[in-house]
Design a protein around this ligand. Structure first.
Ligand SMILES: Cc1cc2nc3c(=O)[nH]c(=O)nc-3n(C[C@H](O)[C@H](O)[C@H](O)COP(=O)(O)O)c2cc1C
Length: 170
């Protein structure tokens, strides 16, 4: 099996998860590259593509969207994201739904999300507006993430995705 791990990151959180995913891939030919590099690859050569992004405005960052739109028909996709909001909360879940709707041609096999520390400059700017205060409080709980438990869960997710993708090969 040929597996690609690619990710977009601004402050490094999503890259940490990407590396944990990459480490957990065994018994497969694997590659890890930042998104800018993955855009030049022939994506039809991979049996499974892990794609990670930081949630921005409840979606995929604008410059990280074209990759999802350009995935080949039927490409097996495992999505992962990091976000400031609580895990499993509506804002985090919306990010994954938006990614799936951008990747219309692909077959999403599953997704993994965890919190990721939000840049202090963003929190300070948002805190000045009363309507954003509740979110800022929520996002401050992301300060120690991704942590070792998040990364362990990311490895478990990886194994599940590999099994799922493998079932399409046999
Ligand atoms: C411009 C900007 C917009 C963001 N929007 C959201 C958001 O809508 N929801 C959320 O949960 N986190 C949001 N975040 C927080 C990031 O998703 C989070 O910190 C993420 O872990 C950053 O990942 P990175 O270090 O890989 O860039 C935003 C961060 C930035 C900088």
């Amino acid at each position: 099996m040929k597996v690609l791990v690619t990710y977009y990151t601004d402050s490094g959180n999503t890259e940490k998860v990407a590396k944990a995913i990459y480490e957990a891939i065994d018994q497969a030919e694997k590659e890890i590259v930042p998104l800018a590099e993955a855009q030049n690859k022939d994506l039809s050569r991979y049996d499974l593509i892990f794609y990670g992004f930081p949630v921005n405005a409840s979606s995929v960052p604008a410059k990280a969207q074209s990759f999802l739109k350009a995935l080949p028909q039927g490409a097996k996709l495992a999505l992962f994201s990091t976000h400031g909001s609580f895990r499993g909360g509506p804002l985090a879940v919306t990010g994954i739904y938006n990614a799936m709707s951008l990747a219309k041609q692909a077959m999403a096999l599953g997704s993994f999300c965890c919190q990721g520390k939000v840049k202090e400059s963003i929190l300070e700017a948002l805190e000045k507006k009363p309507e954003h205060k509740p979110w800022v409080e929520e996002a401050r709980s992301a300060v120690d993430h991704p942590d070792v438990h998040d990364l362990e869960e990311a490895r478990d997710f990886t194994r599940k995705m590999l099994t799922k993708a493998g079932s399409y090969l046999s």
